[in-house]
Design a protein around this ligand. Structure first.
Ligand SMILES: [Zn+2]
Length: 487
């Protein structure tokens, strides 16, 4: 530990019982990259309500669901929320976990929120990103991967047209025949262009008053709706992976929707085989999978035994989202050892796990993963719905598990190390196992204190990943100078 690290660690230990100072410490702490984030669930509910009002949307008052205008019987204009406080607050409660009673069904309320505000969000990927990118930058993070569903309607139509075939190679052939899948790729790229334009306008990028989000590197992850029919799931997977190979703005796929739905459970193993097959076709596309977002009582015991294991062993996932039911799985120690050996990081959103699954504290496998040498990255999942931010998640981790400052620093570093950002790392070897030591070309340098040598600069110029890692190390230097002397 350096003297500055020791000073910062001492400061953290001294203020463990002071909530106000802790909040400031975690707010300023550099917190790596956000790797598990659903764009529509990440935006603040207040912003969604304002967006609905701007668009002249209506709200079905029985279900509190946004619907397109005109506002007919049983609906009222979303703009009423600007003046009617009770209506506004009712919308906030319906579209988020605000005031959700402990002991209620958080799982359903959480997932239902996406459907209630969906009519507002799908039209405005760029505006949503402008909000989320600002939030991420304000949280002292340096990179964002966020999830969207590209060419969603087109993928649904193509899947219906092509139908199902259990021979995955033949099914893929039918999707690509006559350039059909490529048309979807074109559609998805045009959507991303529109989102870029809307983002740059909303964030004022390129003007003399750019919002902080303009500087944030962002990549898209394509969502696949795991509750859908097998042909639709396969089509979305193929589209997302083809997109990741054709357009550098897209990097990976992920499976979304509740893992405990009947259709998700029935098709789980089939979906893992689909990913395995498509990885052979699209070797450059990255894969992270929600797996093991389950708990005893939510599904029958047989369904708790293999989801993480198959995501790792069959699908070849490079990261796992949630992984909460780990110790309930068959042969879980072997799965954990495999994850450690292959550096398969687990994305941990504590508040989401508490709200959806009721899992927190010692029940959570956070410490188990760490004890087995599995890389862990903290994430927010849906900070808008959860009404939290990443600083809150770091503070929760520190307080609940008594993490020291160097452990928190390594969590932040891990969330850039295991990002799907291209390029060689600033760190050598397997840093989760061996510690974060700089790669030989940059060894002995102190970001924030010393300038990179010519050799090291070549790495930072050629590698987007190393560049953000260097930025974070520089931020750590300034953070430690501030907080190690605050005592
Ligand atoms: Zn998620």
């Amino acid at each position: 530990m350096t003297a500055l690290e020791a000073g910062t660690a001492a400061y953290l230990d001294a203020l463990r019982d002071d909530p106000r100072l802790l909040r400031g410490f975690f707010r300023h702490l550099p917190k790596g990259g956000e790797l598990h984030n659903h764009l529509s669930g990440a935006v603040s509910t207040e912003y969604l309500i304002e967006l609905a009002a701007e668009d002249g949307m209506c709200v079905d008052t029985a279900t509190m669901t946004a619907v397109a205008p005109p506002c007919g019987a049983g609906t009222r204009p979303a703009a009423d929320a600007r003046t009617d406080r009770a209506f506004h607050d009712a919308l906030v409660r319906a579209w988020s976990m605000q005031d959700f009673p402990p002991g209620g069904n958080g799982h359903d309320h959480f997932f239902d929120a996406f459907g209630k505000f969906g009519e507002v969000t799908w039209r405005h990927r760029g505006k949503l990103l402008a909000e989320v990118a600002d939030d991420v930058a304000a949280q002292n993070q340096f990179f964002l991967e966020t999830m969207v569903s590209p060419a969603s309607d087109g993928a649904r139509k193509l899947a219906a047209e092509v139908g199902w075939d259990a021979d995955l190679a033949r099914l893929h052939g039918r999707l690509t025949a006559g350039g059909k899948l490529d048309e979807l790729v074109t559609e998805a790229r045009a959507e991303a262009d529109d989102a870029d334009t809307e983002f740059r306008t909303a964030a004022r990028c390129g003007t003399n008053r750019p919002r902080p989000g303009c500087r944030l590197p962002v990549r898209w992850i394509s969502q696949v709706s795991r509750g859908s029919s097998p042909e639709r799931v396969f089509t979305q997977m193929a589209l997302g992976m083809r997109l990741a190979e054709r357009d550098p703005r897209f990097v990976a796929i992920n499976l979304v929707q509740p893992e405990d739905w009947d259709s998700s459970l029935d098709n789980y193993s089939l979906q893992m085989r689909m990913v395995k097959y498509l990885r052979g076709v699209y070797p450059k596309a990255r894969v992270t999978l929600h797996a093991g977002e389950l708990w005893p009582g939510l599904v029958k015991p047989a369904d708790l035994k293999f989801h993480i294991k198959e995501a790792v062993d069959i699908a070849g996932a490079e990261r796992i989202g949630h992984g909460v039911d780990l110790v309930h799985e068959d042969d879980w120690q072997r799965t954990a050892r495999t994850m450690a050996a292959r550096e398969i990081a687990v994305e941990v959103p504590f508040t989401s796990n508490a709200q959806i699954l009721g899992v927190r504290g010692d029940d959570h496998p956070f410490e188990t993963y760490r004890a087995h040498g599995v890389p862990v990255v903290l994430a927010t999942d849906d900070p808008g719905i959860s009404r939290i931010d990443i600083s809150h998640e770091y503070e929760y981790a520190a307080r609940t598990y008594g993490l020291s400052y160097p452990e928190l620093k390594d969590l932040a570093r891990a969330s850039l190390e295991y990002a799907f950002l291209p390029g060689t790392s600033l760190w050598r070897g397997n840093p989760t196992r061996d510690g974060y030591r700089m790669t030989p070309v940059c060894r002995g340098l102190h970001p924030g204190l010393t300038e990179p040598t010519a050799e090291c600069r070549r790495l930072l110029t050629s590698s987007p990943k190393a560049a953000v890692q260097w930025r974070q190390e520089t931020a750590f230097h300034h953070f430690e100078r501030t907080f190690s002397t605050t005592l």
